[in-house]
Design a binder for this molecule. Sequence first.
Ligand code: EPU
Length: 419
Amino acid sequence: MDGIRIRGGKPLAGRVRISGSKNAALPILCATLLSDGESQLRNVPDLRDIGTTAQLLETMGCTVHCAPPVVRVKPNNVTPEAPYELVKQMRASVLVLGPLVARFGRAKVSLPGGCQIGSRPIDQHLKGLEALGATIRTDHGYVLAEAPRLRGAEIVFDMPTVTGTENLMMAAALAKGRTTLVNSAREPEIVELARVLNKMGAKVRGAGTGVIEIEGQDELAPFDHAIIPDRIEAGTYLVAAAAAGGDVLVENVPVEDLETLIAKMRAAGVTLEPDGSGVRVVRFNPLRSVDVTTAPHPGFPTDMQAQFMVLMCLAQGTSQISEAVFENRFMHVPELIRMGASIDIHGHTAHVRQAKRLDGTEVMATDLRASASLVIAGLVAEGETLVRRVYHLDRGYERMEAKLEALGASVAREHHVEG
Ligand code: EPU
C-alpha cells in the first residue's frame, strides 16, 4: 500500500490548478445509462472512484472508454446489476439504482453498508423510488427494484441528501409525468446534474433550491459535457496554503460555491483575493480561532471539516468545530493528537486549542477527507510525517503529491508492504 512522506515546515508558493469535480462526475457517469447512445464527459478527474464507476458500468455491459479527462460510455447491452465487490469499494455506486430501474424496469444493486464516517443508510433513495411506483425488496444484501414504468410523484425528503436527490432526479427524468422533490439537497453538483439531464432532453427546474421539478420524458438523448471544477479540492488547497503559509494562486476555483469556507478563512485572518478564475491565498497575520458547524450546502461543507480543523490547530484561542451531517467524522482527531494537536471531543463537537507545534510522525489515513487533513498537518509539522494508506486520498485527489511538489512542498510517494 502506498504512503506519502512529507518533510514539513516549507511555505507553499506558486500556482495550482483544480481538476474536475469527483462528486459531479460520479452521478453524471451514471446518467449515461438513461439513453442508448454514446455520451461523452470531459474534464473528468483521474481518480480511483472514476475508475471504479467505469468498471461498474463495464461490468453491467456498457462499452466504456475511460481515459480521463475524457470518458465515453455507450450503454448498449446492459444487465442491470451492481455487485457487492464494486459497491463496497465506493458507496456512490448506489447512483446506478435510479437510472437502471427507470430505463430497464428493474435493478439489482448491492446495499452499500456502513463506512468510516457513519452508518449512511439509503432509506430516502428507496422511499423515493417507491413513491415513483417501484416495488422494492431487499434480499441477501441486495436491493431489488422493479417497475414497468415509473410515474411522477411528489417526494418529500426527511433530510436533504445529495446522492438521494441525484438518484431520484435521474429516475424521474424517464418517469411518466411530473415529479416534485421537496427538501432536496442544494449542492452545486446537483445543479450540474440538472444541466446534463436538461441537455439530454429532460425538463428539470429548481435545481439549487429546496424544490426541484422534473418533467419526465419517454426517451433521453446522449450528451457531451465538461465537468465543473471540484470545490472541495479547491477548498483543500486554499486551506493547505493558509496552513503552510506562503503565497499561492489556486486556479479554476468555483468561488461562489465556496462562500462559507472563504468567509470562515477570512474571519480566521487569512487573506483571500479573487484573481481571474482563481483565488490568491496569503497568510500575513497569526491565525485566529473561529467556530464552525457543518451543514448541507450552502452551509459549511462536511467535506472540508477535517482540513479546516488543522488550520484551527494553528490558531490562537479555542475553536469549536461541530459535525452535524455525519455521526462519525472525527477519525482524523486521534491522528492529529498524535502529531501534537490539542483537541477534545464532546459529542459532535471538537474543541480545538492552539498547539505549541505539530510534530511529524507516522499516521494512518482513515477516509478521503481525513487523509487530506493529515497531509496538510504534515506540511505544517516539524520533521517528517508518513501518511499511510493513501489509497483513500487517491479516491478523490488527482495527483496530490505532484501538485504539492509544484508548490514547493517536499512530498514523496512510497510503496509499503503491510504486515
Ligand atoms: N441519509 C439518510 N438516509 C438516506 C440518505 C442520507 O439518513 O437515505 C443521511 C446520511 O446518513 C447523512 C445525511 O443524510 O447523515 C446526508 O448524507 P447525504 O446522503 O447527503 O450524503 P451522500 O449523498 O452519501 C454526498 C457526497 C459526500 C458528502 C455528502 C454530504 C457524493 C458521491 N458523496 O454523500 O462526499 O460528504 O454528500 O455533503 O456526492 C466525499 O467526497 O469525501 C464524500 C464523502
